[in-house]
Design a protein around this ligand. Structure first.
Ligand SMILES: NC(=O)c1ccc[n+]([C@@H]2O[C@H](COP(=O)([O-])OP(=O)(O)OC[C@H]3O[C@@H](n4cnc5c(N)ncnc54)[C@H](O)[C@@H]3O)[C@@H](O)[C@H]2O)c1
Length: 325
């Protein structure tokens, strides 16, 4: 059994715990949260030992893996300690608050050889995985233009409302929009140039729109969490190829061409019993990324997807893009 120590039992920690409980050969062995009732809730039905501060878990728990689902401004401090403790560490995205922190993590990785995966979950989201296959296959010719959007109501669930303080989360640009930017950079590489606009009124980082120029195509990426609480969380993309257009909207992936519109069927992993809460009901990507991560850990293999270096590169790009750096 691969023993997991999970630090931070809030929104994302709950998601991860539900995934681990459904992965074969994996055991939730330790949980930590400064709100003990949160760890206690997730421990139900497991033999997990519960701790308060994450450092107590890192110092005392018998685990093979540490998974850090703490608020972003705490990632680096706990990840540095976790990399001394465990051979495999998972850090939620964004990898850290600042690029300097990300570089300190890379340095620690050199010293310890720790294998680290970052929660850039879109790389594991079924429809985005399918899009990567389509782009790489060249089935519909070259990309002409593309658009990625991520639209959310204000995230008010955070412990002590840390998400709403840009000094702790980086704001919507660094917390939300980084999902699409990381994916776009991983799919198309660094652009030749780009330009960005942000809110003029209101919190400047709550709306970001960037146009990236590549040699023979353009990509626009829009992200906001400045929407009313009644607005449904929305993630979409539309990629125009020479011979067809591929769109992900309303939870469906469709290929359009002159012959008609064809749905692309995708078989999704579902958690037993489902999961209530949050704005994302589809657990496929979270489950997929943790199946990959725990699979690498069980086999003693390096992490080759959503690596620490990938996470730091995306963080560096986005912090520059939105003017945080
Ligand atoms: N991949 C995604 O789609 C996605 C979605 C949401 C959040 N996230 C990321 O996940 C991370 C956590 O976000 P969240 O929404 O779960 O936040 P949250 O506020 O819901 O949860 C954080 C938890 O950490 C606990 N905590 C705080 N300090 C602690 C400490 N020192 N030791 C132990 N526990 C401590 C809090 O009590 C809280 O339960 C963030 O980096 C966020 O950006 C990723």
């Amino acid at each position: 059994m691969l023993k997991i120590g999970l630090i931070g039992c809030g929104f994302m920690g709950t998601m991860h715990a539900n995934c681990y409980k459904n992965i074969a050969g994996v055991e939730l062995a330790a949980l930590a949260d400064v709100r003990p009732e949160r760890a206690g809730e997730l421990a139900k039905g497991t033999h997990a030992a519960c701790w308060g501060d994450g450092m107590e878990l890192i110092k005392n728990a018998d685990v093979d893996v540490v998974d850090i689902c703490l608020p972003t401004y705490l990632h680096a401090r706990y990840a540095l300690a976790a990399m001394e403790k465990a051979k495999y560490v998972f850090i939620e995205k964004p990898v850290a608050l600042t690029v300097a922190e990300g570089e300190a993590l890379l340095q620690k990785q050199k010293e310890t050889g720790c294998r680290v995966q970052i929660g850039q979950v879109i790389r594991f989201w079924d429809e985005y995985v399918e899009l990567r296959k389509i782009v790489e296959s060249g089935a519909y010719g070259k990309v002409v233009n593309a658009n990625f959007r991520r639209l959310s109501p204000l995230p008010t669930w955070g412990w002590q409302n840390w998400l709403l303080d840009p000094a702790l989360s980086g704001g919507a640009g660094q917390d939300l929009h980084i999902h699409d930017m990381d994916y776009v950079l991983s799919l198309f590489g660094e652009p030749q140039s780009y330009s960005t606009v942000k809110n003029v009124l209101g919190e400047k980082n709550s709306y970001v729109a960037t146009v990236l120029r590549y040699e023979d195509f353009v990509v626009s990426v829009e992200g906001t969490w400045g929407l009313p609480t009644t607005y449904p969380f929305t993630a979409t993309f539309r990629v125009v190829f020479e011979k067809a257009t591929v769109e992900y909207a309303g939870g469906k992936l469709t290929v359009y061409d002159e012959a008609g519109a064809r749905p692309v069927a995708i078989e999704k992993a579902q958690l037993e019993g489902g999961f209530e809460g949050g704005n994302i009901s589809d657990l496929g990507g979270y489950y997929n990324e943790l199946v990959y991560f725990t699979g690498r850990a069980k086999a003693g293999l390096p992490v080759e997807k959503a690596t620490l270096a990938d996470g730091v590169a995306s963080l560096a790009f986005v912090r520059k893009e939105i003017g945080n750096e």
